[in-house]
Design a protein around this ligand. Structure first.
Ligand code: OAD
Length: 250
């Protein structure tokens, strides 16, 4: 453990006495697994594209084959990586608290692969297919490596089941996440730039309802100055240390 990760008694006490812990994660928690964060420059084939321009319904209408190529590349990348110490520590943390809600902006499914249950997927799921025309989820679609898959019911194009820029958050996810943020007394914001709304508003909702805010991110974000505990370090370093301290506290 680096010397600079100091888990204070005050944070351990806050965890021990908390009634409901709510955690929001962003792409930073998967960075140590080898998944590039959303705003990081892409590498290789996709270097010249800006993810913010590919992840839109307009880009899909313009060139569905290109967008599918990008998502198949992302699916392939995510399939080949493993959850890391940060994901695993969140699975263990659940056992130490009364009520625990995990909300993720990530579409990679790594929390679930680590063993987290009832994860609220705020931005959908990379491995789900949905009909672009009717919005229904399609399972077992016939996905070939170079064609745009189509809906068996209506013949329209299928799309990945993620939320794109300009699209609404799935109703249940928005409802459950907002409820948890309003109800919790301890809110963790981990590996997110806190720039994308409405996800970024969850911490503000929690704070407005009196929750203690903990941020874990090597870089400062708009949330940093509003946080009660701020760790400028990697999730895969801070979270396992937090667990160690929690276990040692009895
Ligand atoms: P970003 O790429 O905006 O931010 C990732 C954050 O993770 C940055 O603030 C990094 O400093 C931080 N970070 C990097 N490595 C880390 C580590 N090992 N431990 C902790 N933090 C680390 O990604 P998000 O905030 O997740 O939405 O982006 C939010 C949403 O923006 C995404 O879900 C996506 C995008 O628009 C949609 O596609 C709708």
């Amino acid at each position: 453990m680096p010397d600079d990760v100091v888990i204070t008694e005050a944070l351990i006490d806050a965890l021990r006495s908390s009634r409901h812990v709510c955690v929001l994660t962003g792409s930073g928690i998967s960075a140590e697994s080898g998944v590039p964060t959303f705003r990081e420059a892409q590498s290789g084939l996709w270097e010249k594209y800006d993810p913010q321009q590919l992840a839109t319904p307009e880009a899909f209408v313009d060139d569905p084959a290109l967008i599918w190529k990008w998502y198949r590349w992302r699916r392939d990348l995510v399939t080949k990586v493993e959850p890391n110490a940060g994901h695993r520590a969140l699975v263990d943390l659940q056992a130490y608290v009364n009520e625990f809600t995990l909300i993720t902006q990530n579409v990679d499914g790594l929390h679930q692969r680590a063993g987290s249950q009832n994860v609220i997927e705020f931005h959908g799921n990379l491995f789900e297919d949905r009909c672009f025309v009717e919005g229904c989820v399609v399972t077992n679609s016939k996905d070939s490596s170079d064609e745009v898959p189509t809906c068996p019911a209506c013949g329209g194009n299928l799309r990945p089941g993620v939320v794109w820029f300009g699209e609404a958050i799935p109703k249940n996810a928005l409802h459950d996440a907002t409820k948890a943020a309003s109800d919790c007394d301890l809110f963790f914001s981990i590996g997110t730039s806190s720039l994308v709304w409405p996800a970024a508003g969850l911490a503000e909702t929690a704070r407005a309802n009196g929750a203690t805010i903990v941020e874990i991110n090597p870089k400062s974000t708009p949330l940093s100055s509003m946080s009660n505990f701020c760790f400028n370090d990697l999730a895969g370093t801070v979270l396992p240390e937090l667990l160690l301290r929690l276990r040692a506290s009895g």
